[in-house]
Design a protein around this ligand. Structure first.
Ligand code: HEC
Length: 457
């Protein structure tokens, strides 16, 4: 599967849950609870229908966020610190204080979510208890948003370190240029995702055709119609911060063709998804009596999850070849260390490599190590985005044709010019030779050479 995909699956799942069922969802649930409180009659503390709906929505959020949400959150740490310990190390050094605060806020959030959900039934005993309970929901909403807002700064930093590269202060890193635009996009994005999910769940949780179904879905549709414009404004603010960067990083002509065909498709999907969201919410809000089949309610959910997923993909992709903008490449090597690697070879400085120098005997072992260091963060040997496939396709080899070592050497030497998203090759000539031998070995034979490497350790 490869390192990239492993992190992507865990992290994207986490973001979808975090935005759709926590940051955006808790305020929505609290709002519905509040509506139920306001609608409470002479003798009732709340309107039962509204309160029960809010509780059921919260049950879904509670179960998913405290299980898959929490596990994938920790999973990001496991996966990314295994794949790229150097970049996590750098981020921790810069954002130590922020992460410390984040930890406190996060623990508070966990305590609040337990209190909010588990004390729901007991809050129905008196007006005061219910009012307090709603305040708990507001506090939980605020804390969920703060955890996200701290992490977004770190995400922004990874794309554009801003003035931090010169003065290396925490404040310079925290207030990086992408931070606020990304936060102003993510906040309404989370609210809209929550709206789409809430709408679908409400349709399932309420009696079809009932007045309450009409009233409650109408309120959620209103929530969606109100958040959509903010999301578009946020998206534009964010979008206009991005291209400057991309253009700087993009040796213009190359890479654009691949990107282009992919980009056109994305633009179509995004427009289609948002139009669907707008249409469904619009019809429900303005024409509550119009019968929409339940299946249609799933469309805004798919649209919003897809939209958010694509946004994360773009965010990850456009910062390439860097893992931390202009500072550390995705292969975990720092940009300013490259001259050292060119001089001594990258193996000489590779802590975990069993060989430090390429010789005739250890060529394949050395080549494997060079591959691990310089390509394996993004390429597998035979899996998804396999390095062998990539070369075979690029040279349009027919079945059985062998890769040409000299051509590959030339390509890898200028790899960063061929495709802007790949970091320059870090090693020396001998290491380049070993890498090419290893890739040829992978193509022809493909058996792992782990045994050799182990015996040399
Ligand atoms: C930062 C991640 C990253 C690193 C590191 C990386 N690559 Fe790539 N490489 C990619 C991506 C992404 C693609 C395009 C995949 C696609 O869209 O099909 C690619 C494509 C390629 C291609 C095909 C290019 C084309 O025009 O068809 C070759 C060949 C290749 N990589 C070789 C290497 C080698 C050799 C290394 C190590 C020296 C390496 N890559 C390191 C991400 C990376």
């Amino acid at each position: 599967m490869g390192d990239r995909l492993l992190i992507a699956i865990i992290a994207v799942l986490h973001v979808l849950i975090n935005h759709g069922l926590a940051v955006g969802f808790i305020p929505l649930v609290t709002w519905i609870e509040y509506l139920g409180f306001k609608k409470g009659g002479q003798n009732d503390i709340v309107s039962n229908e509204w309160d029960r709906l809010a509780y059921r929505l919260m049950t879904v959020a509670f179960i998913i966020t405290t299980t898959i949400g929490a596990m994938t959150g920790v999973g990001i740490w496991f996966a990314s610190s295994l794949v790229n310990p150097a970049s996590i190390g750098s981020l921790i050094r810069v954002f130590y204080g922020a992460w410390f605060v984040e930890w406190i806020v996060f623990v508070t959030e966990v305590v609040l979510i337990l209190l909010y959900y588990l004390s729901w039934k007991r809050s129905l005993v008196s007006i005061e208890a219910k009012a307090k309970h709603i305040k708990l929901g507001v506090a939980l909403s605020i804390f969920s948003w703060i955890t996200m807002s701290i992490i977004v700064s770190i995400l922004g930093f990874m794309m554009d370190t801003g003035s931090w590269v010169e003065n290396k202060t925490f404040i310079a890193g925290f207030t990086n240029p992408i931070y606020i635009p990304q936060l102003s996009f993510r906040t309404p994005l989370a609210a809209l995702m929550a709206g789409a999910l809430g709408l679908f769940l409400t349709k399932l949780f309420t009696k079809n055709g009932s007045d309450f179904q009409k009233a409650s879905t109408k309120k959620i549709a209103q929530w969606m119609l109100l958040t959509l414009p903010f999301m578009l404004i946020g998206a534009l603010a964010y979008y206009f911060k991005i291209p400057e960067l991309m253009i700087g990083n993009l040796p213009v002509a190359v890479g654009t063709m691949d990107f282009q065909s992919w980009y056109d498709l994305l633009v179509k999907f995004i427009i289609g998804a948002l139009t669907t969201v707008l249409l469904v919410a619009g019809v429900i809000f303005f024409k509550p009596n119009f019968k929409i089949p339940t299946a249609v309610y799933i469309l805004p959910v798919i649209g919003m999850l897809g939209f958010a997923g694509i946004f994360e993909r773009i965010r990850e992709f456009i910062r390439k070849p860097y893992v931390i903008g202009n500072y550390m490449y995705s292969n975990t090597l720092r940009k300013d260390e490259y001259p050292l690697f060119k001089r001594d070879g990258v193996l000489a400085h590779a802590t975990y490599s069993p060989v430090k120098e390429v010789t005739e005997e250890n060529k394949l072992v050395a080549g494997e190590q060079v591959f691990m260091i310089s390509c394996s963060r993004c390429h597998t040997t035979h899996g998804i985005n396999s390095v062998v496939d990539k070369f075979e396709n690029m040279y349009s080899l027919k079945a059985g044709e062998k890769l040409n070592g000299d051509l590959m050497k030339n390509y890898i030497k200028h790899i960063e010019n061929a495709r802007y998203f790949m970091p320059p090759f870090p090693g020396n000539e001998a290491e380049l030779g070993a890498l090419v031998e290893y890739i040829k070995h992978l193509q022809e034979d493909g058996t792992p050479i782990d045994n050799q490497a182990t015996s040399m350790r």
